[in-house]
Design a protein around this ligand. Sequence first.
Ligand SMILES: Nc1ncnc2c1ncn2[C@@H]1O[C@H](COP(=O)(O)OP(=O)(O)OP(=O)(O)O)[C@@H](O)[C@H]1O
Length: 345
Amino acid sequence: MNILSKILQALGFSSGNIGIDLGTANTVVYLEGKGIVLQEPSIVAIDTKTGQVIAVGKEAKSMLGKAPETIQIIRPLRDGVITDFEATRVMLSSIIEKVLGRRLFKPRPLIVVGVPSGVTQVEKRAVIDAAKAAGGREVYLIPEPMAAAIGAGLPIEEPVGNMIVDIGGGTTEIAVISLAGIVVSHSIRIAGDEMTEAIIQYIKRKHHVLIGEQTAEKIKIELGNAIRDDEETSMEIKGRDVTGLPKIVRVTSSEITDALEDTISSIINAIRSTLERTPPELASDIVERGITLAGGGSLLKNLDVRINRETGIETRYCEDPITAVARGVGKVLDNMELIRKVSME
Ligand SMILES: Nc1ncnc2c1ncn2[C@@H]1O[C@H](COP(=O)(O)OP(=O)(O)OP(=O)(O)O)[C@@H](O)[C@H]1O
């Protein structure tokens, strides 16, 4: 950072450079010099008659499952990648405008975006084009697990093995990082949103009741547990039965543990297979230093305990797991050398 930028920052001005965690479930934005300035669901509401954007983020999410036919609610990303380019562009522009809105001078910002490590060239191009179309001057992409590890404060540039498991909405990214590079990684398109979907399917099968995504997510957060613990809890949920009438049923935490079993097993198998492919020296570092968890999906109750039980490796959360990727892309904004080292080709 040059001296002028430092003075401007000290005076409360921001360079306008932005780090974005463009997530399947949430988009989190870090503004250089300010920190996290926006955290909103990755959802856009569009008027189907005029094609105009009605709402973005929280406001659009509150319309999920409740909108008339004239309003289309779109999640522009699925499984961590862009499935609707135009909606992503609109969402990014609106977010960037919200973040930089009242600035007197608006130089085009440098934008660093965290993306799943398994993205294809076409998907990478789509993110870069969307960020440029939304006003970005230069756009760099950093693999999400690398960004999460930087955000978690792991010593990624040192010659030691750091294992990060970032469980988002659409993707789980597992990586072993050493000397600023990803040595082994594994990305599966199974994460928090599959847990939500598994709850919807379980309640349909077991109780013959249909529930929406928002209700299922609430159940996951309130009752979900990666292990069976002694404290059984339950809650009443409202849905629609097969005949179409409203119905109330009581659901217990152990039922939800059953519902989530396949998803949790897939995540743990992916961690195991990554460990199996890790070179011995780095594996011994991981045994010593433990596994770090990031991402909203990792917040499922007792997931750390379950991973520890099944791998034998100490597992801990990083600070504020949901913003780890955004804090990571934010931390590199003033370090072009590091951006070049860790960004994707
Ligand atoms: N307390 C909680 N318990 C369980 N799951 C939670 C909790 N809080 C958030 N989640 C889940 O975390 C997921 C979103 O996490 P996050 O915001 O990190 O994903 P994302 O970055 O948008 O996704 P991706 O990295 O896959 O693109 C959602 O599935 C949400 O339901």
